[in-house]
Structure formats: C-alpha cells, structure tokens
Write a protein that binds this ligand. Sequence first.
Ligand code: XMP
Length: 328
Amino acid sequence: MQQSDVRPQSMERITSKALAERFIEEQVEALRKQVGDSKVLLALSGGVDSSVVAALLIKAIGKNLVCVHVNHGLLRKGEPEQVVKVFRDEMGAELIYVDAVDRFLDKLAGVSDPEQKRHIIGKEFIDVFAEEATKLKGIKFLAQGTIYPDILESKDGIKAHHNVGGLPPELNFELVEPVKLLYKDEVREVGVALGLPAGMVYRQPFPGPGLGVRCTGAITRDRLEAVRESDAILREEFAKNGLEGKVWQYFTIVPDYKSTGIKDGKRSYEWPVIIRAVNTRDAVTATVPALSFELLQHITARITSEVKGVNRVLLDLSPKPTGTIEWE
Ligand code: XMP
C-alpha cells in the first residue's frame, strides 16, 4: 500500500515518545503489508533520515532489509565506523559496506570546478549503488529517507526529492518511504524512540558531497585529511563547551593555497584552516554567532599543533548572504 504524498490535516505532530511509538507501530504494520516477504534495499548514509528508515525497517522486516553503506572517502571522522557499529553490530542489520574511497578520489583527482566535483560525486554514488543493487538480483523494493520538506520543495520545483534519483530504469524499484510525511523534528523523535544514538539523531546537516565541498579546488588526500582532522577537533571542542545543539552548523574548510609561517623555529609553508559556524532556521539565510575568543584561541592552538600541514586558523565572519554556508 502506497501512502499519498499529502499530509492529512488530521495528522498529529509527533512531539512525544508516546506519539513516536504509535507512529512506529503503525508503520511497522504498513511496511510488512507493503513488502511482505520480499527484500528491501536501502542506501544508508548514516544521516538522520536514512538511519531512521533503516531502524524502522529492521524492526519491521529484520534481515529482509539490505543496507548498502558507500564510503566515498568524504565522510567525517568516525562516521563509516559508527554506521557499521550501530547497524551491523548492535541492531543486527544485513549491511553491505562498500569501500569506494579510491574510486571516488581517483575520479576527483585534478578536478577543481565545484559543480563538476558535485556532479562526479553524485554520479559515482549512483554507479556504485546500482552495481551493488545489480549484484544482489531480484530486489523489488527500494527504501528512501524522503521527508515531507523534500516533497514540498520538489512540488515547488526547488529540488528533486529522490535521494537515489537517477538509478538505471531497468532496476525498476518500487519505493518504500515510511517517513515521507514527517518533518525533521518528528523524524528525530521517531529515531530516539527506535533507540538510535543521540549523536546520530541530532547530528548537524551534512551535504551529500561531504567533505569534498570543504576541501576547495582539486581534492588531494593529504588536504582532505586536514579537513577531516580539523573538523573532528572543532566538533569535539564545541561539544565539550556546550555548543552542540546550540550552534546550527559548524565545520572547517581547507582551501587550496598555502602561506608562510613558523613551526619549531623553522619556516613553514602550509595551509590555513577556516572555521565556519552559522545559525539559521531554514538554511536560506544565516547569521554568524559570537563565539568565545578564548575557545577560538584554544581551537587554533589544537588545530595548528595536531593537524598535519596547517599553520594558521581563520574565522569566517560572513553571514548568508553574502556567503553561502558551504564554500563550494
Ligand atoms: P549553502 O551552502 O547552499 O547550504 O548555503 C545550505 C545548507 O545545505 C547544505 N548543503 C547540501 N546538502 N547536498 C545536501 O544534502 C548538497 O549538495 C548540499 N550543499 C549544501 C549545507 O551544508 C547547508 O546546511
């Protein structure tokens, strides 16, 4: 049974554990009815929406859900490991982990145009996923973490909502979209009720092209590592200092140019790390929050001493507009 794409007026907003549990019960039943004994495929990125869909389907159909996690090398530190730990080890999911790091980074080597980078990442993702789907054979259903704002935005022509849109038509999947009538806060409520870790349910937005748009210009492995390591330090320090969940999105960028500095009494010629932290309601406009200068100094000291190849830390003070949130 396919749900309609319109949220009924009578549908109560899921704001409590009890309401989340009722939704889970209803969906588990609806999912079992829709897919029967068939297998369902899901591209599991580790983001909130696909994680909640995975947890719902594991509850409904167990091993008949086949999750594919594609590591494209542009994920944050610890993310692929967390997906495997939570879904395979703790929830007992059937999870195919695809290490596609070399494949993506080889395709991206030398490509400096931001739109071309995004295009390569998107296309390669579809290719890798389609290859896995073809290997599995005979799977009729594809689950997706479509949520209600995706449907509304695709109606308004703002963006195409199918997360894995562009799959070869011969795969011919029937879609399973159990959270498509929910808003983000409701998806989170359901995720908590399903027992997903808070770090997964309340994580900040993360773009599909991942760290690739934060390693500006042509991506190199060493500079990508500097993005990943500096991002991990920033996240750790924001969490320690009570800013997690208070600042909407924060991350680091490592541009593809160097400057002169001094390290261990010697001249260094290394990259800067740029800190980006913003607050917003809807990501259409954004402001830059005031941050403790002491904390910024501490983060600077950590990044310049712990991250290889970095000798400066800068802070992006630009609201959106004129800056976008991401740098590419
Ligand atoms: P911008 O840079 O346009 O970002 O101000 C607005 C919000 O969208 C996120 N973002 C993306 N999310 N795929 C995504 O799923 C993308 O290609 C993408 N680009 C930007 C960005 O992180 C911010 O939250």
